[in-house]
Design a protein around this ligand. Structure first.
Ligand code: DSN
Length: 450
């Protein structure tokens, strides 16, 4: 290992870069500064988002990004990789320790790419894939016709029951009928616990591989607040920028099946995933992102992260109960994780209208399709809320109830207006904006303002 003292050159270099940017390109610097301020001055409730620690972002922006290479530590295709090899090994070891995994690949550029790597490693074009329908809460990469996963493979989709809960009976029935090569579990818009063991039993019954995408709940899994799929699924994927509060990027984990031979190849699952990542799907890794992942995994292993994850879950529960108490309709009736899905269609609104009115007041959410949604993804009948960033700000039950009341104030004040649909009373807008600003001042993003 190299020496563990720091000379401070990273901080000076980052400062130099920022000064050079401000002097040479004030237009771009101004946009970046305004975005920095916006993040602190608005309530980010996009369930797929979080805010990375500045030490994570420092890694992502460090000069390690200048290193071009391919391959893996100890087996690169370029010289000069001794230090980046140490960085990547550190990231891999931290990922394995955090998730109790036997194998970790930290090179995927995103969660979507991680899914493509697993699917393309385990399937041939035209093979059958069984994943959750996008409209039921699944992800584009789980077989949607809008993505390569639904174009290159024969995708079959499962959904939810009338209450919005996963219908495991339907999954089993579809698996028996279509004999998929891979079953994908995990979702982008599902507020309840996923029974990974049950998915594995279904996969085993039909001889399928199981891929668990935990992009949205990776922090809860790491903290032990959601059952882990790592030893149930053949492969587990996640993005690193959602609930791991890390950099843009993805991660693939293998558990007890890491050494399983992959039929039709001379590779184990771990070897096949390594090959699927490089050279099959990707070229040079982003070593700044790899370093930033190492930093984020270390932060996620700390006791403070466990407390944060607990705030994420209890905050979402509080939010859900407050919404229900205010007469809103929740998909699945509540939440087990960080996410709350509101059915605003029942109020005669659309997700698009609600999203835009809330954004106008400083509350940042995203419209989302809900089970049985008559609208497409640009309009939708649902709004998805998440508590990752509010919990990071230190908000607890009292503040989450205040947030629910603010959302309610906006949604109930919307009145039908012209072609555009709805208008918000300016007095309500100004009142809510004021309260959002107060909350943001009371609970600033940690370490955001130097
Ligand atoms: N997968 C998208 C989402 O859930 O919003 C972006 O990460």
């Amino acid at each position: 290992m190299t020496t563990t003292t720091s000379s401070g050159v990273l901080a000076a270099y980052a400062g130099l870069g920022a000064h050079r940017l401000a002097a040479a390109d004030p237009l771009l610097a101004d946009l970046l500064e305004r975005e920095h301020a916006r993040q602190n001055e608005t309530l980010a409730m996009v369930a797929a988002s979080s805010s990375a620690d500045p030490s994570v972002l420092a890694c992502a922006g460090a000069s390690i990004s200048n290193v071009t290479t391919e391959g893996y530590p100890g087996a690169r295709y370029h010289a000069g990789c001794e230090l980046v090899d140490e960085v990547e090994r550190l990231a891999v070891e931290r990922a394995r320790a955090l998730f109790g995994a036997r194998y970790a690949n930290v090179q995927p550029h995103s969660g979507s790419t991680a899914n493509q790597i697993v699917l393309c490693t385990l399937m041939k074009p035209g093979d059958t894939l069984l994943g959750m329908e996008l409209s039921a809460g699944g992800h584009l990469t789980h077989g949607s016709p809008a993505s390569v996963s639904g174009r290159f493979f024969h995708a079959v989709g499962y959904g939810t029951d009338a209450d919005g809960l996963l219908d495991y009976g339907q999954v089993a029935e579809l698996a028996r009928r279509h004999r998929p090569k891979v079953i994908v579990c995990g979702a982008s818009a599902y507020p309840r616990t996923v029974d990974f063991a049950r998915f594995r039993r279904i996969a085993d019954e039909v001889g399928a591989f199981l891929l668990a995408d935990i992009s949205h709940i990776a922090g809860l899994v790491a903290a032990g607040l959601h059952p882990s799929p790592v030893d149930h699924a053949h492969a587990t994927t996640t993005s690193t920028y959602k609930q791991l509060y890390g950099p843009r990027g993805g991660l693939i984990l293998l558990g007890r099946d890491a050494d399983l031979p992959v039929p039709g190849t001379r590779r184990t699952l771990a070897q096949a995933i390594a090959h699927g990542t490089f050279p099959f799907l990707q070229g040079t890794p982003d070593l700044g992102a790899v370093a930033a992942k190492a930093r984020a995994f270390d932060l996620a292993a700390q006791p403070e992260f466990h407390a944060l994850a607990q705030r994420v879950v209890s905050g979402a529960r509080e939010l859900a109960e407050a919404f229900a108490g205010l007469g809103h309709t929740l998909v699945t009736g509540g939440t087990d994780n960080h996410m709350v899905l509101l059915d605003v269609g029942r109020r005669g609104l659309t997700g698009a209208i609600a999203e835009s009115a809330l954004a106008d007041c400083g509350i940042v959410v995203n419209r989302n399709r809900i089970p049985g949604d008559p609208h497409g993804p640009r309009i939708t009948s649902g709004v998805r809320f998440g508590t990752n960033t509010l919990a990071l700000r230190g908000m607890g039950p009292v503040e989450l109830r205040r947030c629910a009341a603010l959302v309610d104030r906006v949604l109930t004040a919307l009145v039908p207006h012209g072609e555009a649909g709805f208008a918000l009373d300016p007095a309500v807008r100004s009142e809510v904006r004021g309260e959002v600003a107060r909350l943001c001042r009371e609970f600033p993003l940690p370490h955001h303002t130097p």
